[in-house]
Design a protein around this ligand. Structure first.
Ligand SMILES: Cc1cc2nc3c(=O)[nH]c(=O)nc-3n(C[C@H](O)[C@H](O)[C@H](O)COP(=O)(O)O)c2cc1C
Length: 304
């Protein structure tokens, strides 16, 4: 079940996605962390962020819309209070999701994390649809994206994964921009910009008015985007968006993902990541797949 990307070896291709797995340590009593390859922390910023007022998560058909507003404890508290406990699980790699409102803030967070032990890689969130500055502003403009990735890469002592926004016209072009600017890998997709209205009150159901759609509703679009990105770049791709079953995960790998992330599924079933890791192993066994890594990019496109 081992996979490799950006010089990192994972014992399983299953990674818990940012914003759906706390800071990782909260899950130590819920699943066996050693059973999954890695987890990505909630987005961490230079200073703590309060986030948006409730309601900030609502359920939709086959998914949910969230507008958390990047609430987090800030980099100093993460290093001091969360990271030490995580070092007890060395086989479950810790990837820190990094967020800033400016390029300087992204660099500041990475510089603080550089000196801390127990981190495998940084995932830059350039794709949050729920904040007005930073986030998606970087992820939807090639020039800003290139500048950000180059600047962060210059200071980072660990591999950089850039988390792409699906709210763009050409995902291939954004992935190419990241690869050319020095990114070690890309992850996609983040959530799709969405909105829901209560027809009785005629008011938006989220305080922030709009939010990001995730869950099974987005899976076919995410698979298509992973496929397109994989045709545009040679750096590894971490695929996600609506993965619930082992078959979903295999589909993303066939589309071109080296590893997969599981987000919203953990809200419905907090043990989803461990279940997926076991499920993928069983799937490989029953389909006589000796190495899960051999699935990557093996979709068979019929010749026209
Ligand atoms: C409540 C919630 C919070 C999230 N917070 C973050 C975040 O802080 N940083 C980030 O890069 N992605 C964040 N995401 C996006 C997820 O990591 C993932 O990209 C998205 O939900 C699609 O995957 P899924 O359908 O498996 O959930 C968040 C998603 C949800 C549902």
């Amino acid at each position: 079940m081992k996979v490799q990307f950006a010089g990192i070896e994972l014992t399983s291709p299953v990674i818990a996605a940012s914003g759906t797995f706390g800071y990782g340590i909260e899950f130590e009593e819920i699943i066996s962390l050693e059973r999954i390859g890695a987890f990505v922390t909630k987005g961490i910023s230079l200073e703590p962020i309060q986030g948006h007022p409730a309601p900030r998560i609502i359920q939709t058909a086959a998914g949910m819309i969230n507008a958390i507003g990047l609430q987090n404890i800030g980099v100093a508290e993460f290093i001091e209070k969360k990271l030490p406990g995580l070092r007890n699980y060395p086989s479950c790699k810790c990837i820190v999701n990094v967020f800033g409102y400016t390029v300087g803030e992204y660099k500041g967070v990475v510089e603080r994390l550089n000196d801390a032990d127990g981190i495998a890689a940084y995932e830059l969130n350039v794709s949050c649809p729920n904040v007005h500055a930073g986030g998606m502003a970087f992820g939807s403009d090639c020039g800003s994206l290139e500048y950000l990735v180059r600047e962060v890469k210059a200071v980072a002592k660990r591999p950089i994964i850039v988390k792409l926004s699906p709210n763009v016209t050409s995902i291939g072009q954004m992935a190419r921009t990241c690869a050319q600017s020095g990114a070690d890998a890309v992850s996609l997709v983040n959530t799709f910009l969405a909105m829901s209205i209560d027809v009785e009150t005629r008011k938006p159901r989220l305080t922030n008015v709009t939010g990001g759609l995730s869950g099974p509703a987005i899976k076919p679009i995410a698979v298509r985007m992973v496929y397109e990105a994989s045709r545009a770049v040679t750096i590894p791709i971490l695929g996600l968006g609506g993965i619930i079953t082992a078959e979903d995960a295999v589909e993303f790998m066939l589309a071109g993902a080296t590893a997969i992330q599981v987000g919203t599924a953990s809200y419905a079933d907090p043990r989803a990541t461990e279940r997926l890791a076991k499920g993928m192993e069983s799937w490989c066994r029953s389909h006589h797949v000796e190495r899960v890594a051999s699935l990557t990019g093996c979709v068979e496109i019929p010749q026209k």
